[in-house]
Write a protein that binds this ligand. Structure first.
Ligand code: SAH
Length: 268
């Protein structure tokens, strides 16, 4: 008996996946242990699993034997030119009577374009539900022993996406809050965004960490400062997917896992 069988046998109120419905679910950051039980129930019942590149193989391995896996998403963090196609594909699969599990990395409604998919489903009259997932920004911090909030240090956390160009966004107001900033999709723009934050008044000595492939066997963590983090990440060949966190909360990692030696070490 697997761990899931034992758990499932105890759970009441497991949602039933009806034919022609779409479940728009978060797959979490990688580790299948971070799936919600509802996402797992979806994997067990779905006829088709439409997944992104970010969805971990170990999560997909939990799909039932009846499920057909279909890749639909972005590769290499490039913006998808086919978002409309993906949304339309969900509608077509549902109309064909399938139980469609749309699995997206992290949380479907956090920087994942899940909102657009939900909008298309709603407009097409396809019944759907949204199942949250553990978003990478929070999972990466937890995995790196960095509390997202710490009494006396911060009372807000900013989640921001680092893709795009200078004209897209004004970083200065974020810097002025003095609250920690958790950046998604930032690896290609880290130098520029760090500079913008420093120009806006954030101290270059503010602690900053990069957490790549959080909760997977490839997880890597780097602790630096705002002024040096981009060069350090480049020098150590950190690659996406990665979360960058800037703020004094990063200091807590050294206290929890024991200083510089631990900063370079994998947590598991
Ligand atoms: N919906 C997702 C985010 C999708 S945007 C969520 O809620 O997590 C893609 C970005 O998510 C990546 O560029 C990276 O910044 C982040 N990301 C996703 N999985 C990650 C992981 N395992 N480790 C670190 N960052 C991750």
């Amino acid at each position: 008996m697997t761990a899931w069988d034992a758990l499932a046998a105890k759970r009441t109120g497991v949602p039933v996946f009806a034919p022609g419905h779409v479940w728009l679910a978060g797959a979490g950051p990688g580790d299948p242990g971070l799936l919600t039980l509802d996402a797992l129930a979806g994997l067990g019942q779905a006829d088709v699993v439409v997944h992104d590149a970010l969805v971990d193989r170990r999560v997909l391995a939990l799909a039932g034997p009846q499920a057909r896996l279909e890749f639909a998403g972005k590769r290499g963090g490039k913006p998808s030119a086919t978002q409309v196609d993906i949304s339309q594909r969900l509608v077509a699969l549902a109309r064909a009577g399938h139980r469609v599990l749309r699995l997206k990395g992290g949380d479907p409604f956090v920087f994942g374009r899940g909102g657009e998919e939900a909008k298309t489903l709603a407009a097409a009259g396809v019944p759907f539900r949204v199942i949250p997932g553990v978003t990478a920004g929070l999972a990466a911090l937890a995995s790196a022993a960095i509390p997202a909030t710490l009494r006396g240090v911060n009372r807000a956390v900013i989640f921001a996406a680092g893709h795009g160009t200078d004209e897209d966004f004004d970083w200065a107001p974020l810097a002025r809050t003095g609250q920690p900033i958790v950046l998604y999709m930032v690896m290609h723009n880290l130098e520029r965004i760090a500079d913008a934050l420093i120009k806006a008044g954030l101290d270059g000595a503010t602690p900053a960490a990069v957490i790549a492939s959080a909760t997977t066997p490839r997880q890597r963590i780097l602790v630096s400062t705002l002024a040096n983090v981009a060069a350090a990440a480049r020098g150590q060949k950190f690659e996406p997917p990665a979360i960058v966190v800037i703020g004094d909360i990063v200091n807590m990692r050294a206290e929890l896992v024991g200083g510089d030696a631990a900063a370079a070490k994998e947590p598991k």
